[in-house]
Design a protein around this ligand. Structure first.
Ligand code: UDP
Length: 486
């Protein structure tokens, strides 16, 4: 079916890890299906400059990026205001300009896609946009999506803090979630962000479908539960579209020539990449232990280094991109740079991660397990050391280790307890050395890489799923009064 006359709006909230999959989705809709996409971005006053990625050109001008006037929530937050609360506040502060912006679009949109923290979009789009289908885009996995949708039910059925439970949380048709793995917003039921987080589950049924950045082979059981489990059908009776993996193609950005010429000289699969996503930071003590562990492992590595924090592990979530590079190396153990010498490259603050992971020399990834990073590792066939810090990353780490067998993880939970240098060195060796564990994880990661690529080709499960979504939008457009294209 031809979808070239469709115009889709994607509402995008702040946070690089949220914006990147929106850009990838928009680009895929435009490149593969010829769909016109307008990304309407909620932006924040005083945000630092963004990585170059946001200026990468888009195909045939089919993708437009519309920045809403920056919102300022500084007068209503303080140090204790958690990320999820802030994101909901930002969205609400932008709600009226968002509605006006969508209203003014030409041609009139045929569908609205809302990202994770724009879950209240249907509420602000009532009236004028009632006839337009709305979809919810979760740039994470199906297992987390199931928990988010089921959370209002858990809230009613379970008393006390989830983290104090002795039994796993049962979700219909899915693998149960260990109490220590529940996402951050579920950790404190008295915090405002818990109430906000529950709104995700409560609002999803107002959409016409859910898009998830996963694919059939990766999460068969959970996706089957969404389709076939009777309890699920009674909770949300809307289709789930697995359309992943949503990762941008490597090569859009050019990493520093110094880094790449160094990588070019290293043997295949010999370099560990160490990075904690767009917002992750470690404590001073953990930074020291990690540095010593990397050194003791005697393996090659590339490390994106940030100054340590004495605060929260997500301290840099809204600030990455700032000019703080000179501070970073000062926090490493004395003599570290000289001793690791030829074996290591340290990159302050931010690196072209996808391009690095796609280099043949890179054979392991020590990652905070943000879902984008996870997908970027899997789609390059790279096994991981799972080092979850915040958000839903502990679930992602468990998915990677226990269900997908492509990662090892520290015995203690990073961000709660310090992972010792000996443990770091042991984990690094187990992923990088050519022994049984490393070989098995590498093979498994290669298999998943293949299934991910197959899902995306014409006729593959995710390609089909995205086509089905577009057919649904096209069918609903036919019922609407026609509007001329520009
Ligand atoms: N990223 C990057 N360079 C960095 C850190 C992050 O390119 O130095 C990109 C990374 O490739 C991924 C995104 O930023 O696409 C981070 O998203 P993820 O879901 O992994 O984690 P989050 O930052 O949301 O915690």
């Amino acid at each position: 079916m031809d979808h070239r006359n469709l115009h889709i709006v994607v509402v995008s909230t702040p946070g690089i890890g949220h914006v990147i999959p929106v850009l990838v989705l928009a680009k895929r809709l435009a490149t593969l299906h010829g769909v016109r996409v307008t990304i309407v971005r909620v932006t924040v006053a005083g945000a630092p400059p963004e990585p170059k990625l946001f200026t990468v050109p888009y195909p045939d001008d089919l993708v437009r990026i519309l920045q809403l006037p920056p919102v300022d929530i500084s007068h209503v937050v303080d140090e204790s205001t958690q990320i999820v609360t802030r994101l909901f506040m930002m969205f609400r502060a932008a709600a009226s300009s968002l509605r006006s912006a969508i209203s003014a679009l030409e041609p009139r949109p045929d569908a609205i896609v809302a990202d994770l923290f724009s879950v209240e979009t249907p509420g602000i789009c009532t009236g004028e946009f009632d006839d337009i289908p709305k979809f919810y885009f979760i740039a994470s996995n199906a297992w987390f999506s199931a928990l988010a949708i089921y959370s209002p039910i858990l809230d009613r059925e379970i008393a006390g803090e989830y983290a104090d439970l002795h039994e796993k949380l049962a979700i219909p048709g899915c693998v149960s979630v260990a109490p220590e793995d529940v996402p951050d917003p579920m950790l404190d039921r008295n915090d405002e962000q818990y109430g906000e987080y529950l709104k995700i589950g409560r609002s999803i049924p107002l959409f016409d479908g859910i898009l998830i950045s996963t694919w059939e082979e990766l999460e068969k059981e959970t996706l089957k539960a969404f389709r076939e489990n009777e309890t699920w059908k009674s909770i949300i009776d809307i289709p789930v579209y697995p359309i992943g993996p949503l990762t941008r193609p490597a090569g859009e950005l050019k990493p520093s020539s110094e880094l790449f010429s160094w990588l070019d000289k290293q043997p295949d699969d010999s370099v560990l990449f160490v990075s904690f996503g767009s917002g992750g930071v470690l404590s001073p003590e953990q930074t020291t232990e990690l540095a010593w562990g990397l050194e003791l492992s005697r393996q090659r590595f590339v490390w994106v280094v940030r100054p340590p924090t004495s605060g929260r592990a997500d301290d840099e979530f809204f600030t990455v991109g700032g000019e703080r590079s000179q501070e970073t190396l000062a926090h490493l153990p004395e003599g570290f740079v000289a001793r690791t010498g030829e074996r290591a490259i340290l990159i302050p603050m931010w690196a072209e991660q996808l391009e690095i992971l796609s280099h043949p020399a890179v054979g392991g990834f020590l990652s905070h397990c943000g879902w984008n990073s996870t997908l970027e590792s899997i789609t390059n066939g790279i096994p991981m050391i799972a080092w979850p810090l915040y958000a839903e990353q502990r679930m992602n780490a468990t998915l990677l280790t226990d269900q997908l067998s492509v990662a090892v993880r520290p015995a203690v939970l990073p961000a709660k307890k310090v992972v010792s240098r000996e443990e770091v060195a042991r984990l690094v060796r187990s992923v990088m050395e050519d022994d049984e564990t490393g070989r098995r994880m590498r093979e498994r990661a290669q298999q998943l890489k293949i299934t991910g690529a197959e899902a995306l080709i014409n006729g593959g499960s995710s390609h089909k799923s995205l086509s089905q979504l577009l057919s649904k939008i096209t069918a609903s457009k036919k019922k609407q009064p026609t509007t001329p294209l520009l």
